[in-house]
Design a protein around this ligand. Structure first.
Ligand code: PLP
Length: 373
């Protein structure tokens, strides 16, 4: 037998990261501007690092409870102002794990789940692993998920929906009334909602977004990667009805055991850390890109998160993949829409670089448009 023959069907159909492939293409370029990144460019604040370090020094190095350390769980619920005792939280190794466990807990093989296109890539790959069927909801051209769009794709087999707002890769934000409308529709149709709000703190609109309630069919996903630049620390959580959380915890026990102990102590400190200065830097960049890139390109109505989804000008007659490969020759790394979508017409532009780099990137894009025309 060849080594490849040892690989399961499941493992064969899982794709490597398209984002990583694009970054790899640019690895040997010395002075490239890398806008493929989806992680903050600031470091974890030092008080959080200290708290994590202190926990290790104090011997908090043994297995923590599977569901997560009590103090952290309490604090998360408190910060979210959740007083309903039917709602609980499970701490996971990253939001990624929270999503995977939520899917495993609530969906059977062959169930259908609605996913807005463009989507966060990992959702699709997780569904492949779990043999859950994605029902792709086309949200072009405004990228806003709505009941009207959902109705076009729902079938008797549909069991749930994943909502991601602010969205990766479009930055589009669902306002409270838009979100509530979808949640109400989901309740009426007995759909499980996985609500991924990992970019919640990067909300650049005037409206503060809050779920009216966490109903029995909703699982809220969040984590520490984006808000505290803790991407490498791997910490996330899911908030849901305690019956769901209890089942999720059982699954977590068998796959991950728990999230890492000392990281959870760091997270307790994180929740008391004021991140306004960091978020404001992103707000400023977001505004800069919105005002300047839109002079040359058609951009998504991004109101949050790290991204703009930008249309490749039709007159260039290029797919987004071709466009991004061309941009690399001009030292600019972007991610083609194909990675996030059934269409290859847009690219993702990330604001996780300083204003100078963003300015240079916009300049390169301006020149590409003028030159190729
Ligand atoms: N959900 C979305 C929409 C994301 O963009 C990401 C990371 O890029 C995640 C979840 C995963 O976050 P974590 O690092 O907590 O696993």
């Amino acid at each position: 037998m060849k080594v490849e023959d040892f690989i399961s069907n499941r493992a064969r159909i899982v794709d490597g990261s398209g984002i990583r492939k694009m970054s790899e293409l640019s690895q040997n370029m010395i002075k490239s501007i890398n806008l493929s990144v989806g992680q903050p460019d600031f470091d974890v604040p030092s008080n959080i690092i200290e708290a994590m370090y202190l926990a290790a020094k104090e011997g908090k190095n043994k297995y923590p409870p599977t569901q997560g350390i009590d103090e952290l769980r309490r604090k998360i619920l408190e910060k979210k102002n959740i007083k309903n005792s039917d709602i609980d939280v499970v701490i996971t190794p990253g939001a990624t794990a929270a999503i995977f466990i939520a899917l495993t807990t609530c969906f059977n093989e062959q169930d259908e789940i609605l996913i807005a296109d463009p989507y966060y890539v990992q959702y699709i790959e997780m569904l492949k692993i779990l043999n859950i069927r994605p029902s792709i909801v086309d949200t072009y051209p405004d990228f806003k998920l709505s009941v009207e769009k959902i109705k076009r794709y729902i079938t008797p087999k549909t069991k749930g929906i994943i909502i991601n707002s602010p969205n990766n890769p479009t930055g589009v934000l669902l306002k409270n009334n838009e979100l509530e409308e979808i949640l109400q529709y989901a309740r009426n149709n007995n759909l499980v909602v996985i609500y991924d709000e990992i970019y919640k703190d990067y909300n650049f609109s005037k409206e503060k977004i809050n779920l009216a309630d966490i109903y029995n069919n909703v699982i809220v996903i969040n984590g520490f990667s984006k808000s505290y630049a803790m991407t490498g620390w791997r910490l996330g959580y899911a908030i849901a009805n305690k019956i769901i959380v209890e089942r999720m915890t059982r699954i977590q026990a068998q796959i991950y055991t728990s999230a890492a102990s000392i990281i959870q102590y760091g997270a307790i400190e994180a929740l008391d850390t004021d991140m306004t200065l960091f978020i404001d830097t992103y707000k400023e960049r977001h505004k800069y890109v919105k005002n300047n890139l839109s002079k040359y390109y058609n951009i998504s109505n991004s109101e949050g998160g790290f991204y703009f989804f930008v249309e490749v000008p039709k007159e260039l007659n290029m797919t987004a993949t071709e466009f991004c490969k061309y941009a690399i020759t001009k030292n600019l790394v972007l991610i083609p829409g194909k990675v996030f979508s059934q269409y290859d017409t847009h690219f993702r532009f990330s604001i996780c670089q300083n204003i100078k780099e963003l300015k240079d990137a916009i300049n390169i894009l301006k020149l590409i448009k003028e030159k190729v025309k």
